[in-house]
Design a protein around this ligand. Sequence first.
Ligand code: TYD
Length: 134
Amino acid sequence: MNCELMDLRVNGDERGKLVAVEKGVNCPFEVKRAFYIFGTKDKARRGCHANRKSQFLFIALKGSCRVEFSDGNAEESVLLDSPTKALWLDKMIWKEMFDFSEDAVLLVLSSEKYDAGEYIRSREEFLKAKEAKK
Ligand code: TYD
């Protein structure tokens, strides 16, 4: 699957730590959009969609959450619990985020600006789109 759980390069000195993200540094794409998810209710699931164009980089800045994702064949599950870990997901991967800790702040960086039209929000439609590409 086109995905990678990465250990981020951390700049640390006597003052503390800093992580920078740009294309080629801790991230394989040019970042055009950032959003973050917080105050997530217990048992809530976010995501539950695939994107025709957008790649994503997920970083749990605080707390933790789980990300489950699938390319239509394989399925994987990753726990994000450190601001020094990032999960990269390519376009056309179904993803669901859940098990958010109460204090979780999940930063999401994307290769594309927001366009609701490139979201596939039905799993059936996602699998059909995958089949069509084979
Ligand atoms: P939604 O896609 O449901 O979030 P998730 O990725 O967790 O499934 O988005 C929630 C709301 O926020 C929805 O009204 C669309 C809006 N939104 C934007 O305006 N820009 C964005 O970049 C994103 C991700 C969402």
